[in-house]
Design a protein. Sequence first.
Length: 144
Amino acid sequence: MKNKKNVAEQTYHFGKENRFKENICEDIHNDCISCGEDIQHPICPNCLAKAFSTWTRKFPEHKQLKAKLNPLMKHHNHTNAKSKPCVVCASPVHICPLCFTTHLYSLVKEAGLGVLASTEFLFMFNFDFKHNGYYQELEAYGGY
């Protein structure tokens, strides 16, 4: 009988164990380092950059766009905080797809690829689900 613990003590530890199991992702950084919003669609910049690079190959400005993208990718790859895993490759996601594609879109506009390319980009890389960002430009181009 001496090995039995107090029921209240057991309940206290049981509650702690359950909270730990439920909040196992508690120390994971779920917010975008750019906008501070919760990352709802965890696709990492590496996966998006690969798709973007594949898409830009058909344009003569491909090398210029890739050169402008490389510094951001190097910075992103050196961020070591724990975060949600990418649904494609399981690497950590520190920047939401909306912020990253907004940056990619600014590169497209700076390169002067034209309205047709801009519209195509916005259709293919649209993560503006709340319609607060580049969605208005897509509407202006006659999209959706």
